[in-house]
Design a protein around this ligand. Structure first.
Ligand SMILES: C[S@@+](CC[C@H](N)C(=O)[O-])C[C@H]1O[C@@H](n2cnc3c(N)ncnc32)[C@H](O)[C@@H]1O
Ligand SMILES: [Zn+2]
Length: 207
């Protein structure tokens, strides 16, 4: 697989986002301690997903702002993180296996979450997610974006860059899904491109 040059830009939250496309994901960074602390109960259960293979589901009603599960794994330097992300993508190419497990922790380190003890690796992408990853005191947490009902699948926006859009078909099935996984901020460009190529599937209006 051809490697792309890495350039780093700043998001509005101050987190750096790498343009390694789908390879490395940057969670938001928040310093506010106002959010709910992790409760001593397990909020999630694992199960078969309609989106892709396994997913995580709410085991109870989850209030907005809950730290649902920590995304854990091996801490890697940037160079190691990049190599690891490329390697996962190469292994997954042409299979239905997951490829994206490397998160950007800070300017120096990434986290490779493709380890058996990282249950959060099973969370699938949705174009209308109910969770988001956040960095809190050097840890990556998956945080509820809204109240989530017991049984709902937990999802977050993988935030992929635009350039490899056609390599990542999306099966989240939500009303705003364009059929490919790209970060929310890139969806207007993808919509325009799909319209131009006449590839945008017309959806029936909801009853
Ligand atoms: C980190 S894994 C997610 C968990 C995975 N479903 C499992 O069984 O372990 C990421 C991979 O799941 C798949 N995936 C996640 N969200 C998806 C979606 N909305 N549509 C299609 N595939 C998705 C893709 O293959 C992606 O590379
Ligand atoms: Zn989607």
């Amino acid at each position: 697989m051809k490697r792309r040059r890495t350039k780093t830009t700043r998001t509005s939250t101050g987190a750096s986002r790498s343009s390694r496309s789908a390879a490395v994901r940057s969670p938001k960074r928040r310093s506010s301690p106002a959010q709910t602390e992790p409760a001593p109960k397990r909020w999630w259960r694992r199960g078969g997903s309609k989106i892709h293979r396994h997913g995580l589901f709410a085991a109870h009603d989850i209030p907005k702002g809950t730290l649902v599960i920590e995304y854990v794994g091996h801490r890697l330097t940037k160079a190691q993180g990049w190599d690891r992300a490329v390697s996962w993508q190469e292994k997954a190419h042409g299979t239905s296996k997951g490829a994206v497990y490397v998160f950007e922790l800070n300017k120096r380190y990434d986290i490779d979450g493709n380890v058996p003890w990282n249950v959060a690796r099973h969370i699938n992408h949705s174009c209308e997610p109910n969770c988001e990853p956040e960095i809190k005191r050097g840890h990556i947490w998956i945080v509820a974006l809204r109240d989530i009902a017991a049984g709902d699948e937990l999802t977050y926006d993988y935030g992929y860059d635009f350039d490899l859009w056609d390599e990542h078909p999306c099966r989240c099935g939500t009303a705003s899904c364009l059929g490919y996984i790209v970060g929310k901020q890139h969806r207007w460009r993808l919509r325009r491109l799909l319209e131009k190529k006449k590839l945008l599937k017309k959806r029936p209006l909801a009853a």
